[in-house]
Design a protein around this ligand. Structure first.
Ligand SMILES: *Cc1c(COP(=O)(O)O)cnc(C)c1O
Length: 397
């Protein structure tokens, strides 16, 4: 008897998993493995993981902190007092926002963790979660984990990829409990002005909806610094914001982030988490404190690097006739596929022809169809060469 047969005989996986597709980059990993088997050199512009290293002083700090016996024990669930204070101080310096470190700040094992667990804190089966499309694939998982309804709202280029709250039907607004927003936006690179968040807060108050803003790229911007949801007066009545050290300090592997905002929502998430995990490793929190307390200008070179890379990639694409969206944030470049190809078809053929991996727009939702995403996570020259190979392999004129 084969393993598969034995397995199906004794159990089947939960019904809810039938609605869970394999994580987007799992599918791309499979294409990548196939290319590697064919002997191709892989250039990955697919997954959003910075190529730049974590600052050395932070790496050194981890080693020092890990040696301390007290730091090797179970951490405090909601995060060290000093961590929550450092987050509050960062939000004050960066956005001018007052947060009470006692109950308006919570440590997360990366923001992905908090985003997923928020479902268990605020959603009931009769509720609806409103999810933008395209978007980070963890938001729609809220509906799966909470067993509730989901309403997908398309992000359109002609609206600057902002959510059009006016287009959400009244019967959906009435049942909506939570709406996800993310600006600077992954995957489109769009940035939202403060007026957008003002509109969101007014809409949320009208309908009694919780606003969840995912803000991992708050420091990865091109021009002026983008606002926080909490920059809006009264946002704390209805809103929670997620942030992380991952993209700001090149610390994706470290797994440390934070939820800030409405006390009740933050505390509800904390209650879920204290029954699921046991907090962020204390030495990592100590490193995060050091990072968050750095002067904000420390991040200027990071922004300069991505700005230069974006310019190079945009130039190569546009000179070849590709339609590029001029986003003002994140380290992603969002563009139309050549000759209107389907996203997955383009990505598959591109890997086959060149060994270059980019993200298929439709992987983030149906409205991303006909787009692809490039991560600006290669040095300028290599990036220019890679993008050059893309336009050479797929000319549009
Ligand atoms: C990278 C990313 C995250 C995850 O950040 P972690 O803190 O590393 O979990 C969340 N949301 C979006 C939109 C991201 O791009």
């Amino acid at each position: 008897m084969s393993d598969a047969e034995t397995t199906t005989r004794f159990f089947s996986v939960a019904q809810r998993l039938k609605d869970v597709p394999p994580y987007l980059f799992q599918r791309i990993d499979d294409l990548k493995a196939a290319a590697r088997e064919r002997g191709q050199t892989i250039i990955s512009l697919g997954i959003g993981d910075p190529d730049l290293p974590t600052p050395q002083e932070l790496v050194d700090e981890l080693y020092e902190q890990a040696k301390i016996n007290a730091n090797q024990k179970y951490p405090k669930y909601k995060g060290l007092d000093e961590f929550r204070e450092a987050v509050a101080d960062f939000y004050q310096r960066r956005f001018g926002i007052d947060l009470n470190p006692e109950d308006e700040v919570l440590a997360l094992i990366g923001s992905k963790e908090g985003i997923a667990n928020l479902a268990l804190a605020v959603l009931d089966p009769e509720d609806i979660v409103v999810v933008p499309d395209p978007s980070y694939p963890v938001y729609p998982m809220n509906a799966v984990f909470a067993g509730c309804g989901k309403y997908t709202v398309p992000l359109k280029e002609e609206n600057g990829f902002l959510i059009d709250f006016g287009a959400i039907p009244d019967d959906v607004c009435r049942k909506a409990k939570l709406v996800w927003m993310n600006y600077p936006n992954n995957p489109t690179s769009a940035v939202a002005p403060i007026e957008f968040f003002e509109e969101a807060v007014a809409w949320a108050k009208k309908w009694g909806v919780i606003l969840a803003h995912d803000n991992p790229y708050s420091e990865v911007y091109q021009d002026g610094p983008p606002p926080s949801l909490l920059s809006v007066e009264g946002a704390k009545d209805v809103g929670i914001e997620f942030n992380t050290l991952s993209k700001t300090f090149n610390m994706t592997g470290w797994r440390v982030g934070m939820a800030v905002g409405n006390r009740e929502i933050v505390q509800a998430l904390g209650r879920v988490k204290s029954n699921i995990d046991s907090g962020v490793f204390t030495p990592i929190q100590r490193v995060a404190i050091k990072a968050l307390r750095m002067p904000l200008e420390t991040l200027d070179p990071l922004r300069k690097t991505y700005r230069a890379r974006r310019k190079v990639a945009e130039k190569v694409l546009e000179e070849a006739g590709y339609a590029v969206y001029h986003g003002k944030g994140t380290f992603y470049l969002w563009a139309r596929t050549p000759k209107g190809m389907k996203s997955f078809e383009f990505v598959g053929k591109l890997i086959e022809k060149t060994g270059i991996i980019v993200g298929p727009g439709s992987g983030w939702g149906a409205s991303g169809e006909g787009y692809f995403r490039i991560c600006l996570t290669l040095p300028e020259e290599e990036l220019g060469e890679a993008v050059g190979k893309i336009v050479e392999a797929f000319p549009v004129r």
